[in-house]
Design a protein around this ligand. Structure first.
Ligand code: SF4
Ligand code: ZN
Ligand code: ZN
Length: 309
């Protein structure tokens, strides 16, 4: 970290970040102040958290969810809400071990209560095993499992909201891809606050909606936390992210301006006919929910896995 030739515009100290869209070059201390102010203003403007609410933050152990945990912990007293953390151990070898260690250390340092679900204990399978038996893209299987557990477990623990660390870069990539594919259903759900539609559904909030990946990484380091060095073996580089990054290079501020304008469009919300899953009782658009299908709860899962080997 550090830009030896650049000085903080506020104090003249050594700069750690150059925020071109804002025309700001800042040191550790002034960047932290800038970042926390932006997150606080965003939460207040979008009414993401009310006083006395119980908020669970989903922490994978990556830079974005760590930044979300640290920023919310920093605001919990001032905005008067209760914060807990939730982690899913996907059991992807060394990557998951490191992620869990990072999450345990960070929550301990901040003194935030942590709940962990072990996927193998919960379903009988690790994520790589589920990917193998489902023959679907890894991130699609992972997404199904994570969405289900992140909605169910923190809700059953009495939380009213689930905060996730979605950042501006991910949101923009998701927006462009879904727009080009006419997936307006998913775009209608891409909001800083997605209110609950049913007592079985937690309200979801995205406090880092306007913060970039780079800002999140610098924030985690500025606050004295470590960034994990392993990446998920199933992750793939994204062409769209590279294209968007190039545009941002030519036109600093493009990402933020694009997403702010895009949010003003109201996509028609498709009314799904929700029922209760016949197996687990959670809300589902079909007889058996996607989690129970993916984890083979209806077919005697272990036998199926043995047959595939
Ligand atoms: Fe899951 Fe894909 Fe992320 Fe890996 S890269 S943790 S498989 S969503
Ligand atoms: Zn400074
Ligand atoms: Zn189910």
């Amino acid at each position: 970290m550090g830009f030896p030739l650049l000085k903080c515009v506020k104090c003249g100290g050594e700069a750690v970040v150059n925020l071109k869209p804002y025309g700001l070059v800042l040191c550790n201390e002034h960047f932290t102040e800038f970042y926390e102010k932006k997150v606080k203003e965003f939460i207040i403007k979008n009414k993401l958290i009310k006083p006395k609410e119980k908020v669970s933050v989903a922490v994978s152990g990556g830079k974005d969810s760590l930044a979300c945990l640290i920023a919310l912990d920093n605001l919990s007293n001032e905005l008067n809400f209760q914060l807990t953390a939730y982690h899913i151990n996907l059991e992807i070898g060394k990557f998951s071990k490191q992620s869990q260690k990072t999450v345990r250390e960070a929550t301990k340092k901040l003194d935030v209560p942590l709940e962990i679900t072990d996927l193998k204990k919960e379903t009988g399978f690790t994520l790589p095993e589920l990917i193998k038996i489902n023959r679907r893209p890894p991130c699609s299987v992972c997404g199904t499992v994570k969405r289900y557990l992140m909605n169910k477990v923190p809700r059953e623990l009495g939380n009213e909201k689930l905060a996730t660390g979605h950042n501006l870069d991910d949101i923009l990539e998701f927006t462009v891809k879904n727009f080009l594919n006419n997936n307006f259903f998913w775009l209608s759900k891409l909001k800083p606050l997605l209110p609950s539609v049913n007592s079985k559904v937690l309200t979801k909030i995205k406090p880092l909606f306007e913060r970039t990946e780079k800002e999140n990484a610098v924030y985690v380091l500025s606050k004295g936390f470590n960034l994990p060095h392993l990446t998920c073996p199933f992750s793939r580089s994204s062409e769209w992210k590279e294209i968007i990054a190039k545009i941002e290079e030519w036109k600093p501020g493009f990402k933020l301006r694009f997403i702010k304008s895009f949010q003003k469009i109201n996509f028609p919300v498709e009314k799904l006919n929700y029922k209760r899953c016949r197996i687990c009782g959670e809300l589902s658009s079909s007889e058996i929910c996607s989690f129970c299908r993916v984890t083979r709860k209806q077919t005697g899962n272990l036998q199926e896995l043995k047959n595939r080997k």
